[in-house]
Design a protein around this ligand. Structure first.
Ligand code: B12
Length: 212
């Protein structure tokens, strides 16, 4: 079994010590941080999600998998930083009100940072007006919102309305994503873009800001 499968398995089984060891070894053997993240750690979370959906896993299993993922991410994140000082643009990002999921958002944040974007991460459960206030305050080029549940997704439409009301809609590009969100939904609320994974999210931001 290659490190990819081993890491995927260790993360999905919530074995954080083993997951971290495998990640360290893979990096030592020359795997790139991005590969370790995507082919191992993220794959493990997806696997845990699949096991939950089919009824094999329960919430505690998911929490353990999340902890294992986080430990690997702690090792990877500093390595993703590009070290460049000139930013391509400023992105304000968060998980919408009521939503505490942040694994997907954190990956998008990490990859945007590694692609030389300045990212202000508002965290989880971000009150809807806060997105607007921060976009204005920080003069964001891009506002990113993540929703991972069908219930919280609706908050995005409200943020669009609040942006309009504040006269900010034309000054900021809005991107949305997360497991609950579809391209159709993104279009229906008038967002500027949607991406269903973190690599695509970076391409999307490049495209929207014309820096490709
Ligand atoms: C891990 C997990 C948790 C963890 C979260 C840990 C954490 N820190 O995030 C814990 C255990 C805490 C949790 C709690 C709950 N969860 Co949960 N959780 C999941 C699970 C299994 C995986 C989510 C995940 O991390 N996926 C992996 C990441 C990498 O994928 P991703 O999020 O889709 O992100 C990628 C893309 O979407 C995109 N992307 C992400 N964000 C953004 C943002 C932008 C701007 C862009 C452009 C792109 C983008 O790029 C990412 C990387 O490629 C999903 C199942 C699933 N299939 O999604 C359920 C799921 C999301 N949870 C669900 C539920 C119901 C809950 C709880 C209510 C459970 C409960 N009964 O308590 C609570 C709610 C807590 C809350 N208030 O938010 C449901 C939601 C159902 C719905 N209504 O839609 C799901 C779908 C499971 C299910 N089928 O029932 N959960």
């Amino acid at each position: 079994m290659g490190w990819e499968d081993e890491l995927r398995q260790a993360v999905s089984e919530g074995d954080e010590v083993k997951a971290d060891e495998i990640a360290a070894r893979a990096l030592e053997e020359g795997a790139s941080p991005k590969e370790v993240l995507e082919k191992g750690a993220v794959a493990g979370i997806y696997e845990a999600g699949r096991l939950w959906q089919e009824g094999t896993y329960f919430l505690p299993d998911i929490i353990l998998a999340t902890e294992a993922y986080k430990l690997v991410m702690k090792r990877i994140e500093p390595l993703l930083a590009s070290g460049e000082v000139t930013y391509k643009g400023k992105v304000v990002m968060g998980s919408v009100e009521g939503d505490a999921h942040d694994i997907g958002k954190n990956i998008v944040v990490a990859l945007l940072r590694s692609a030389s974007y300045q990212v202000i991460d508002l965290g989880v459960d971000v009150p809807l007006p806060e997105f607007v206030a921060q976009a204005r305050e920080l003069e964001a080029d891009v506002l990113g919102m993540g929703a991972y549940m069908t219930t919280t997704m609706r908050g995005m439409a409200e943020v669009m309305r609040l942006l309009e009301e504040a006269g900010l809609r034309n000054g900021v590009k809005v991107i949305v994503g997360g497991a609950a969100v579809t391209r159709e939904y993104a279009e229906s609320i008038g967002a500027d873009g949607y991406a269903d994974n973190a690599a695509e999210a970076v391409e999307l931001v490049d495209r929207l800001l014309g820096v490709v």
